[in-house]
Design a protein around this ligand. Structure first.
Ligand code: SAH
Ligand code: SF4
Ligand code: F3S
Length: 425
């Protein structure tokens, strides 16, 4: 019987990447990826625990899928599988398998899934053991650091993913080379804290300089960065390595030194602004984006306005704002969650409004400028690419350009948060 699978992915880019690798691994066993969940006899949910909202989303999916697809095998992986296995099993008896991938790579996750699918018949043979081929993916992702050892007071990641572990330099270089041979032109390096990379004294700067040497690779991006690990060497490396893209995600979380201290972020606002200035003075066409948490315990109006003022001053390209959500195991879960939901909501909206004003001005100011874009995809007569500093550009395909090429275009308009161009320069 032909088995079709469907994967739901909640959470960060690393989860998206792991779902991709799992997809590849299951395909290597002869399973087919289904476009709709209705057709799937195997449904996988890749979960996230970072906020309560993400867990609720998964719980409601478990409820709906176990009701609606009784004939299908249902598998749960991801961060919730790390510590909620018993609760999930008790509440959803129809879930067939829960796998923690902290101790399993995606290849072994796939083989565990295969075992439950073929209980009474022969397990199909692997057609290939390559973990991630990703043929013809113009933009491809690779995790270079697993876990995190920073223990920010609010964050569950170190508890579900374990301590920070930099992957082997030689393996990363080999995989990147293979991706480029298979058609990749942009590689995105992933980690909770990529800029802390260190493997046998090869640091992040050396890693990106050496990846940049791969022939035919055009671009390197990376995320996420911790401000405390952003060295001058790294700033110089980005400034002097042409292939390195210039969108830098640098979570600030708050601008109040009291809150930053209580969050255990290991920097203060002055350090953060100084870093922003150094980045902007050294790297041209830089787009700095950030994460903000509102309503951390004891965040007063005054603390909040410090953050809002900082946002007005720094002018981030994009801001991801989150309402503080107490998480099990974390240090902050011992504090009383004493900012009311109403206040969190109010602060959340205020930051979003300000962020929108700033980002639309930045985007509008780009109209008329020339930008270098890498063409990534082609949908309905429109080519889609990204600028070096991370903005999406839609280009009409009257030019007939191949995917994976870098071209210079003039930005002629905007559509939502994307830029539009109808002119190559
Ligand atoms: N290591 C990365 C990713 C962490 S999770 C980083 O440092 O950026 C992504 C974002 O989720 C964090 O930056 C933070 O803003 C937010 N976040 C993490 N835990 C949270 C919590 N308990 N409540 C609200 N937001 C949270
Ligand atoms: Fe969480 Fe902090 Fe680690 Fe980011 S750096 S994953 S916020 S502990
Ligand atoms: Fe979520 Fe786990 Fe990523 S908690 S943000 S999926 S590391």
């Amino acid at each position: 019987m032909q088995i079709y699978f469907f994967i739901y992915t909640i959470g960060c880019q690393m989860n998206v990447n792991e779902s991709d690798i799992l997809s590849e691994a299951l395909s290597n066993y002869g399973l087919l990826k289904s476009k709709t969940v209705d057709k799937a006899n195997l449904i996988i949910i890749n979960t996230c625990s970072v906020r309560e909202h993400a867990e609720h989303k998964a719980f409601s999916l478990f409820g709906r899928l176990t009701q609606q697809y009784k004939q299908s095998k249902i598998v749960v992986i991801g961060c919730m599988a790390e510590y909620l296995e018993q609760i999930i099993k008790q509440r959803f008896k129809d879930i067939d398998l829960i796998i923690s991938q902290r101790y399993n790579n995606m290849q072994s996750v796939a083989s565990k899934i295969i075992k439950i699918l073929y209980i009474n018949s022969n397990i199909p043979l692997l057609t290939t053991t390559i973990q991630k081929q990703n043929n013809n993916k113009i933009v491809n992702y690779i995790t270079i650091i697993k876990g995190c050892s920073n223990y920010c007071a609010y964050c569950i990641v170190p508890f579900v993913k374990g301590n920070e572990q930099s992957l082997e330099y030689n393996d990363i270089l080999k995989e990147c080379t293979l991706m480029v041979t298979n058609g990749t032109r942009e590689i995105v390096l992933l980690g909770q804290n990529v800029n802390a990379y260190n493997n046998n004294s090869i640091n992040f700067s050396t890693l990106i300089k050496n990846i940049a040497k791969i022939k035919d690779l055009l671009r390197i991006r990376f995320m996420t960065n911790h401000p405390k690990d952003f060295t001058d060497e790294l700033i110089q490396t980005i400034a002097s390595t042409a292939k390195v893209c210039t969108n830098i995600h640098l979570p600030m979380q708050s601008a109040s030194n009291k809150i930053l201290h209580n969050m255990n972020r290991q920097y203060d606002y002055e350090y953060y602004v100084n870093l922003i200035n150094k980045l902007r003075n050294s790297i041209s066409n830089i787009n700095i984006t950030t994460d903000i948490i509102v309503g951390f315990p004891n965040e007063t109006e005054k603390d909040f306005y410090e953050t809002l003022d900082a946002i007005k001053y720094i002018k981030f390209g994009k801001i991801y704002v989150f309402k503080y959500s107490p998480r099990r195991f974390t240090y902050a879960s011992k504090f009383i969650d004493n900012v009311s939901y109403y206040d969190k909501q109010k602060r959340h909206i205020k930051i979003l409004e300000e962020a929108k004003k700033i980002s639309s001005k930045i985007i509008t100011d780009m109209v008329g400028s020339n930008q270098e874009i890498l063409i990534e995809s082609y949908i309905n007569n429109t080519l889609e690419g990204k600028t070096k500093h991370g903005y999406k550009v839609l280009l009409s395909n009257k030019y007939n350009i191949n995917l994976g090429k870098i071209i210079n275009v003039k930005i002629t308009g905007i559509k939502g948060t994307s830029l539009i161009s109808n002119k190559i320069v």
